[in-house]
Design a protein around this ligand. Structure first.
Ligand code: AMP
Length: 286
C-alpha cells in the first residue's frame, strides 16, 4: 500500500477529495477518520496541510497533496509531480489603505511584517535587499496593521475581498500558489514507486485534462463539412459518422472547449446542424 497525505481540514480538503474521487479512487473511511483506504493501492492519511511537505520529504507518506505555498514555506525538497488546478491563490504584500504606501519601494527598512509565512517572507525581502522585522502570527494577519502590531502583512489572497474588508490594499505579489501532487525527491514514479504511482499520475492528469472540455455531437449536412471542420477543430478534427437513413445528414463528434461552447453551438446551427448534444467528459487521454 502506498500512503498519500491529504489535508484533514481547511480550504484544500474538499478539492483534493473531489479530484481523487473523479479519478476513480473511492474513499473508505476507517480508524476515527484519520485514515482511509483509497482505491486498491493507496491509504490516505489525513494531516494538517502545513505538515504534508515534511511528511513526504521524510518518507512518512509516498505522496502528498497540498498548496505549493506550504512546500515553499517548509523549505523541504520534494518533487512536484502535477499541478492540480485548484486552491489557486497568491501570497501578496498588503498595506493599510491610509498608509500612503503604493508599491514595494514604499516599504521602508525596519518595517514590521506580520505573516503566517515567515520563511518565504524573509527570503523575499532578502531578495530585494530590504531589512525588515518579521512578526510571526498563526492566523488572521490582516488584523495586525490595525492593532499596531505590524506595518504591513504578507498573506494569501484569492479574490481580494478579505483585504478590502479589512481596509488593506495589495502592493506586490510574492508568489503564486495552487494545490500540487508531490513525492519525495528522487522517488519519481519511474524510478522507485513503480506502476501504481504512474497510474495515479495518469489518472489525475486525465481528469484535469477533461476539465474545461465538453463532448459535442450533432447531425450536420454533408455539404457543410468543410465549414463544420472550421467550427469543430476537436482534438484531431471532428469524427464524422454515417447516420442510418440520414440522407444528406452525417453525425459529427468532437471534443471542444467549454468556454467557447455558446459560440460553437450558434455557429453549428447556422450551418444547419440538428440534434446537438453536449456532455461532460470524465477523463481525457490523448
Ligand atoms: P487552510 O489554512 O488549511 O484552509 O489551507 C490553506 C491553504 O489553502 C493555503 O496554504 C493555500 O495553499 C490554499 N488557499 C487557496 N486560496 C486561499 C485563500 N484565499 N486564503 C488562504 N488559503 C488559500
Amino acid at each position: 500500500m502506498l500512503r498519500i497525505a491529504l489535508p484533514n481540514k481547511g480550504r484544500l480538503t474538499e478539492g483534493a477529495r473531489d479530484l481523487l474521487e473523479r479519478a476513480g479512487l473511492a474513499f473508505e473511511m476507517r480508524e476515527r477518520a484519520l485514515q482511509a483506504s483509497l482505491g486498491e493501492n493507496f491509504t490516505a492519511i489525513f494531516v494538517n496541510a502545513r505538515d504534508i511537505p515534511e511528511f513526504v520529504a521524510d518518507g512518512a507518506a509516498d505522496f502528498g497533496i497540498t498548496g505549493s505555498d506550504l512546500i515553499a514555506e517548509s523549505g523541504r525538497a520534494v518533487d512536484v509531480l502535477l499541478p492540480l488546478k485548484f486552491g489557486g491563490c497568491r501570497l501578496a504584500v498588503a498595506v493599510r489603505e491610509d498608509s500612503g504606501i503604493r508599491d514595494i519601494d514604499g516599504v521602508k527598512p525596519g518595517a514590521r511584517v506580520a505573516t503566517v509565512f515567515p520563511n518565504i517572507t524573509r527570503q523575499f525581502f532578502q531578495s530585494i535587499a530590504r531589512d525588515i522585522t518579521i512578526v510571526p502570527v498563526s492566523g488572521a494577519a490582516e488584523i495586525a496593521p490595525h492593532l499596531g502590531v505590524a506595518d504591513i502583512i504578507v498573506d494569501l489572497v484569492s479574490s481580494g475581498s478579505t483585504l478590502r474588508m479589512n481596509g488593506l490594499i495589495e502592493i506586490c505579489t510574492v508568489m503564486e500558489s495552487e494545490a500540487v501532487l508531490m513525492t519525495r525527491t528522487g522517488a519519481t514514479p519511474d524510478a522507485v514507486l513503480g506502476r501504481e504511482a504512474r497510474e495515479l499520475v495518469t489518472a489525475l492528469e486525465s481528469v484535469l485534462r477533461a476539465q474545461g472540455k465538453r463532448y459535442l455531437m450533432a447531425n450536420v449536412p454533408r455539404s457543410a463539412l468543410a465549414e463544420i471542420k472550421r467550427v469543430l477543430p476537436g482534438l484531431n478534427g471532428p469524427t464524422i459518422v454515417d447516420v442510418l437513413n440520414g440522407g444528406e445528414m452525417v453525425a459529427a463528434h468532437a471534443v471542444v472547449d467549454s468556454s467557447g461552447i455558446y459560440r460553437t453551438i450558434a455557429d453549428l446551427r447556422e450551418l444547419g446542424a440538428q440534434g446537438i448534444v453536449v456532455t461532460r467528459i470524465e477523463r481525457l487521454m490523448p
